[in-house]
Design a protein around this ligand. Sequence first.
Ligand SMILES: [Zn+2]
Length: 135
Amino acid sequence: MSIRTIRMLPVSSRTQKRADRLKYNDRHWLRMRRDFLATYPFCIVCLVQGEYTVATVADHIERHADDRDLFFDFENLQPLCKRCHDVEKQSHERRGGTGETWLRLLREIMMEKHTENFVGSMEEWLPIGIADALI
Ligand SMILES: [Zn+2]
């Protein structure tokens, strides 16, 4: 294999993962994550079902895919508990779901559980992007 061929090889997924990890250790991100979870302490998926669960994940509603603007967009964040992140959100993304279909899903859950009034009165716990989609 010539040097030229080696240079043309695609970036390995391993290198890609390393780049992602760096970002999640970014001081700006850690501060933003802390402020976000302090402002919106309850998991949004649990909340639309009428339950208060402490959120530990500041999740990107729309996948950031290494887009810096999406990554650092406060309005692109939602509070999730670990279970809802690992089960609900990740399976939604694996099925090709987008931020828009995710918000639709939250609304469907809310309608199904008849928690509109409950969620409506919880406006202070709903991040801007979520409140607009639900109320
Ligand atoms: Zn949850």
